[in-house]
Structure formats: C-alpha cells, structure tokens
Write a protein that binds this ligand. Structure first.
Ligand code: HEM
Length: 465
C-alpha cells in the first residue's frame, strides 16, 4: 500500500507550464521530513537537483506541499517577487513556540506589519554606528574574563554567551547577569526545541520550546511594562537609553496608535531568535577557519594590528575602523559561504504562477536554500576550498552568495551581524591565537551548523596586546 501511495503522490512534470514541478511528496502525512532531517539540507537539495531538476522540484515538508527553488534563477525569482507573488511564511509550530496565542492564526506579515519597516530602519548601518563602541567594550570584557585566563576554551558556548549578552544590552539595555540568565535559560529551551518534531508531550524538545517561549514572553512583558513607566516619566525622550526597545515603544501604526506590549514582545523575541543561533554559529566558524588556516590568520592579524596601533589603550573601535577590515570581512564571508548560518527561508504563494515552465499553485509553500549555489562549482570553483579571494573585486555572481537572502525580504540584521562578527574577530585576533583540540570534530545541523564538541581550542595569548 505504501508503495502505491508513494507512486500516487509522486509526480514528474514535463514542464509545459501546466504541470507541477518534478519531485516526490514522499509518504502521506510524513512527507519527506525524515529524509530532510536525516540527510541534512545540503545533501537533500543537491541530490534532488540532480535527480529531478536544477531549477525547481516539489516535495512535502512540515505537512505542507512545498516547492524548492534552486540556483541563481530560483533565488532571483523568489527574492524579486517578494510581496507580489509570494509572502513570507513560517510553520505554525514555530509561531506557537514564539508568539502569544492570539497571534497564532495571523500570517507572519500581519504579526510583523507595524514593526517590519521600523526594524529595517533601526538596523541600518547609519543607526548601528553608535553601537560599535558598546560591541567593542563588551567583546573586550568578555575575552578578558572568559578566554584570556584559560589555556583551553570551547568557542561555541562562549560565542553564544557573547551574542546573547550583546543582544540583551543593545535590544533592551539589560546587562545585569542575573537578569540575563532569567531570559537566557528559557530562551535556550526555545532555540533547542522550536525546529524539532512538533509533538507537544511533557518530555519532548518541542514541549520545552513552548514552555520556554511562555517564560521568555512573561519576562519580556515585565521589561516592556517597566520601560513604559520610565517613558511616561520622560526619561526615554530626554536622552535615556537608546536601545531598540526605547525606540519601539514610540512606534505608531497607520492610525497613529502606539504598539501594544504584546506586539513589541513578538518583535523582540523574533529579533532574539533570528539573531542568536545564526550570529553565534557565524562567529564560531570564522574562528574555526582562522584556527585551521594560520596563513589567513596572519593576514587578519596584520589588518587588525594596523588599526590597533593607531588607538590608545582605552580607545574603542569606531565605524571607520571597522570599514578598514576589508580582508577580514572576505574571510568571514568565505566562512559563511562554506558553513551558512541560515539554510534558507520559506514563502507562501499568493497566486498561481509559472516558473521554469512549471506551474506553481496558489497556497503552496516555497523554500530557497543556500546550498543550491554556495557549493556549486559553476559559481564557486573548487567549492570546498577556503579561499577568501573569491570576494575580491566584483565578487561572486549575483544571486549565488545568498547567506542573508535577497530583495525586500533580505535579513534586516545583516549589518548588525557584520559588525558583531568583525568586532569580535578584531578582539580575538588582537589578543590571542587559536589551535583546535580536535581537528576532525564533526559538524551537526540544528537550525545553524553546530560543532559537535563545542569547538574546543587551545589559546596562546599575544604578548603586549
Ligand atoms: C550571520 C547572521 C545571520 C544570518 C546568516 C541571517 C540570515 C537570515 C536569512 C537567510 C533570513 C531570511 C531571509 C528571507 O526570508 O529570504 C533572515 C531573516 C531575518 N533576520 Fe537574519 N540572519 C543573521 C543575523 C540576524 C541578526 C543579527 C538579526 C537581528 C538583529 C536578524 C534579524 C532577522 C529578521 C527579523 C528576519 C526576518 C525578516 C522578515 O521576515 O521580514 N538576523 N536572516
């Protein structure tokens, strides 16, 4: 019966514009979830591109009929038709872990409507410039306390700690360690379980994510309520804390009403989730690659020291200093190409349309995936080779290097991530050199690539820095 069902559910189109893309929707109910999870998204998409089509194929994931768009053409189509043919979409199970129950049924667009353009504006380079000294002083303090006193450290947990501490400070001006812990502990439950199989039973990871989400939201409401009171006392407008929350409290919708505390909480939790694993993973793998390739480390060190020599001992980094880190950014981008922190993103189709001569029906979900281009030798010769020079000159072809997506739906935190990565790189490289304890450590994939042992490294401090 299962064989007949699999045959029945699989379709191969001839590309007449009336046929659906080739591919299989797998087993009823289960779809291809197990294969996707088992194989990992890189193998899953590259195998199917070879088997079905390098443009587009169909599958079923998370209980939804889904079309995977591939290659630069697929990426271009999804990025440039955002909001025209498609809208953003996340599985209901993830919304349940993150949002207040009254928002479960709303589309992602509705949930983020008021804040979306505001989020883009507060995360623009001009707005972020003022945060560079905060990033720098926190990174210095973090390295002196957590790295420098030790002979050996684990990079991944420390990157996560730095990323979360920084987000708490810059998003909400929370810097008391006990308060950060009250947010970090339940937040860990959310990130550990939100992408797991959505079975809500007492011992499951998904159940942990639901419980953790509830606790994070309760804590956020307390913080927001407290800040509103401060705002009414005028402290915010009189040059008080210029974190993201203080600005969110003043955002008004089209009718001129300020946003409710719950809407603000939804957006803060969205920012925390979107930034946490991605940036922690990015920082971790940049440092892994610096440890793996000493000649690349040496060039980054040279670039870092050229700036460091111009600064006084307590002088913090500025925008101009970061802009000089061109080679370091190429190294970071090459690391992100090889171990992309985010795998891709979903959309929902708003109407029927045709792509690569195949019909894409209204209501289906779509997915683009970094691996359809990042490891393709047509766009990145010798794709497994770590070579930052790929980003010199005009760099990769359009729509081939897409770690942050593209078009209007592109990650609004791209610049925040760039600054955080470069500031952290600067501080680590200036102060120490890394040597991997286990050069054969395996990588596993949660929402972002994760070193299985946490990336233990031996550290050697530079003298005089
Ligand atoms: C290296 C780090 C990061 C990577 C690789 C990354 C990647 C991505 C990707 C691929 C998307 C989906 C784009 C699409 O829908 O096509 C996304 C969305 C998003 N990211 Fe990031 N991101 C990173 C860091 C951040 C940071 C630091 C923030 C916030 C400070 C952030 C906030 C967001 C938000 C709010 C969205 C949803 C945007 C929307 O749906 O309108 N991200 N990110």
């Amino acid at each position: 019966m299962l064989t007949i069902a699999a045959f029945f559910f699989s379709q191969r189109g001839s590309g007449s514009g009336e046929t659906l893309p080739p591919g299989t929707t797998g087993w009823p109910i289960l779809g291809e979830n197990v294969k996707f999870a088992w194989e990992g998204s890189e193998k899953y998409v590259t195998d199917r591109m070879k088997k079905y089509s390098s443009d587009v194929f169909q599958t079923s994931l998370m209980g939804e009929k889904m079309v995977i768009f591939c290659g630069p053409q697929g990426n271009k189509f999804l990025f440039t038709n955002a909001n025209k043919l498609l809208t953003s979409w996340w599985p209901q199970s993830i919304k349940k872990a993150l949002l207040f129950p009254e928002f479960y049924e709303d589309s992602l667009k509705e949930v983020t409507a008021v804040m979306s353009s505001f989020t883009h504006s507060i995360l623009k380079p001009e707005a972020l410039k003022q945060y560079i000294p905060v990033m720098d002083s926190l990174a210095r303090q973090h390295i002196e306390q957590e790295w420098a006193p030790n002979k050996q450290v684990k990079v991944f947990p420390l990157s996560k700690k730095y990323t979360f501490d920084l987000a708490c400070k810059l998003f909400m001006n929370v810097d008391d360690p006990a308060h950060i812990k009250r947010l970090a502990d339940p937040f860990r439950l959310v990130t550990n379980g939100m992408f797991s199989v959505p079975i809500d039973l007492p011992t499951t990871a998904y159940n942990g994510a639901i419980k953790g989400g509830k606790m994070v939201r309760a804590e956020l409401l307390k913080i927001i309520g407290h800040r509103r009171k401060e705002l009414t006392k005028q402290s915010e407008t009189e040059g008080g804390h210029q974190d993201l929350l203080s600005r969110m409290l003043l955002v008004k919708d089209e009718e001129g009403n300020i946003c409710s505390d719950k809407v603000i909480s939804n957006n803060i939790i969205g920012l925390l989730v979107a930034s946490f694993e991605t940036t922690s993973s990015a920082v971790t793998f940049v440092l892994k690659h610096l440890a793996d390739f000493p000649h690349i480390y040496d060039q980054v060190y040279k670039e870092v020291m050229a700036t460091a020599k111009t600064k006084g001992p307590n002088e913090l980094l500025t925008w101009e200093d970061i802009e000089k880190m061109k080679y370091s950014w190429n190294v970071a981008r090459e690391s992100i190409r090889l171990t992309p922190p985010a795998q891709g993103a979903f959309r929902e189709t708003l109407t029927d349309f045709t792509f690569a001569s195949f019909k894409i029906p209204k209501g289906w979900k779509t997915f683009w995936n970094v691996y359809t281009t990042h490891k393709n030798p047509d766009y990145f010769p010798e794709p497994e080779k770590f070579d930052p020079s790929r980003f010199e000159g005009s760099g990769p072809k359009p729509y081939t290097f897409v770690p942050f997506g593209g078009g209007p739906g592109m990650c609004p935190g791209k610049e925040y991530a760039r600054l955080e990565i470069l500031v952290f790189m600067y501080n680590v490289v200036k102060r120490l050199k890394l040597e991997r304890v286990n050069p054969n450590e395996k990588i596993t994939y949660h929402s972002s690539p994760t070193p299985m042992e946490g990336l233990p490294v031996r550290i050697k401090l530079h003298e005089n820095n």
